[in-house]
Design a protein around this ligand. Structure first.
Ligand SMILES: *Cc1c(COP(=O)(O)O)cnc(C)c1O
Length: 422
């Protein structure tokens, strides 16, 4: 299959007159269509809610689009909680699914009324000490251990993952939490990441639904919601077939009716915390070819680097690249597409077959809408790029400006160096 960018060369040439490369570009139309499809796929469950995983794409403009489709926020840290709260997302529309959590983050989450999802058994005591009470509504994260049988590059081995409680701990946690005043319980698990199959959610649902039935029976808990978390993937590679969210929603419904309804649990709400699925395909990194180097290999040096997009360097992740204007040209050149960091893993592609690239060509790096900009850092003193929104009407809106040297030096309050900088 041919992967097509959501933006044309003509549009990019217009955009680059105002905004220099590199930049992130997001597709409002795609984000909206996908959010609507997700909502429809789970409409059979009256309590359904997607808590967008803020860490994937922490941009207020994009989060506000998702809110129009009823999405809340799933936060993993203080600043994500603050961002969500600042946007007017309040109370139970915020899920706090964090791990190794600092006391002040628990305290702030409780203060703004977020649902706290406990990663560990010992966090019960830690939370009680921090708050002086246990919230009435609270959730626990489960880790069944072993291997989750869906092949996957990043995480398919819960037994090796640092997250969640064992089965035994979970049952104890439910008992202890109720003894300490919890009235409404939730259950959460995230067992595989970036699953490009319609099977993952239904399989996970079966594990969690059967567990919930046992938990209710054995601990008497009032289970209000089951949180299937993130993990629905996207086809990064052109030969992969996209998940069909309708099939996934339907698959979960079948298991719900098979397991929960007969157990008298037909009022349990289904929650999700999708990140990648909500934004991944609807963002791209636009960069320009700056240098061409011939040594033992052929290199194209672009003006973006791993600071802008870390996934290839960190996980060896594949991101498809389109050389704009050469969509139909033969891929008869083999390149390493590199950034400028003093780090040999700073490569967006290795031995990639692409059309002949000329200096000045615009390259679209696909599927960077989630865990892209957000994972960026400032190594080599490189600055983070702007984020732009390609609106439904074809217009472009700056939704985050590019960093300037002043931002980079802002933490050196005591240094005069800042004075001369704009
Ligand atoms: C990262 C994360 C998500 C989102 O994961 P995706 O793979 O982007 O869907 C959801 N929940 C938790 C707790 C996470 O850590």
């Amino acid at each position: 299959m041919n992967k097509k960018p959501f933006v044309t060369l003509e549009q990019l040439e217009e955009i680059t007159k105002t905004y220099p490369t590199p930049f992130y570009l997001y597709d409002e139309k795609g984000i909206r269509e996908n959010a609507r499809a997700l909502k429809e796929a789970f409409a059979w469950n009256p309590g359904y809610k997607e808590y967008f995983a803020v860490k994937a794409t922490p941009n207020p403009f994009l989060i506000n689009i998702l809110r129009e489709y009823g999405c809340g926020c799933d936060c993993s840290s203080m600043t994500e909680l603050m961002l969500s709260h600042e946007l007017g997302v309040t109370g139970k529309d915020i899920m706090f699914s964090s791990n190794d959590t600092p006391a002040e983050e628990f305290a702030y989450a409780a203060k703004i009324g977020a649902i706290i999802n406990l990663d560990d058994y010992t966090h019960i005591e830690f939370l009680e000490k921090t708050l002086g009470y246990i919230p009435e509504t609270i959730s626990c994260r489960y880790n069944p251990g072993g291997i989750f049988q869906i092949s996957n590059d990043i995480m398919d081995n819960p037994g090796d993952a640092k997250y969640g409680m064992t089965t035994e701990q979970l049952f104890d946690a439910y008992r202890v939490l109720q003894a300490k005043g919890a009235k409404h319980l939730g259950l959460h698990a995230f067992l595989a990441s970036n699953t490009v199959t319609n099977e993952y959610y239904p399989m996970l649902a079966r594990v969690l639904f059967e567990l919930a039935v046992r938990l209710k029976k054995e601990t008497g808990a009032d289970i209000r919601f089951i949180n299937l978390s993130g993990g629905i993937g996207i086809p990064y590679r052109p030969d992969q077939e996209a998940n069909d969210i309708r099939v996934i929603g339907e698959g979960v419904r079948k298991v719900y009716e098979e397991v929960l309804v007969p157990a008298g649990m037909g009022d349990v709400a289904i929650y999700t915390e999708l990140g990648r699925f909500m934004m991944g395909p609807y963002g791209c990194l636009v960069t320009k070819a700056m240098h061409e180097k011939h040594t033992y290999k052929e290199y194209i040096g672009v003006d973006a680097c791993a600071v802008n997009l870390m996934r290839p360097a960190m996980y060896g992740a594949y991101h498809h690249i389109t050389v704009m204007g050469k969509e139909n040209a033969p891929c008869d050149h083999k390149y390493d597409v590199t950034g400028s960091l003093c780090e040999n893993n700073d490569k967006f592609a290795i031995d990639r077959e692409l059309p002949k690239i000329d200096i000045g060509d615009l390259l679209v790096i696909h599927d960077t809408g989630a865990h892209g900009y957000a994972m960026g850092y400032n190594y080599n003193g490189k600055l983070k790029s702007a984020e732009l929104l390609l609106k439904e009407d074809g217009g472009v809106q700056l939704i985050r400006r590019a960093e300037t040297p002043k931002d980079y030096f802002a933490t050196f309050d005591c240094f005069d160096i800042i004075k001369g900088l704009v």
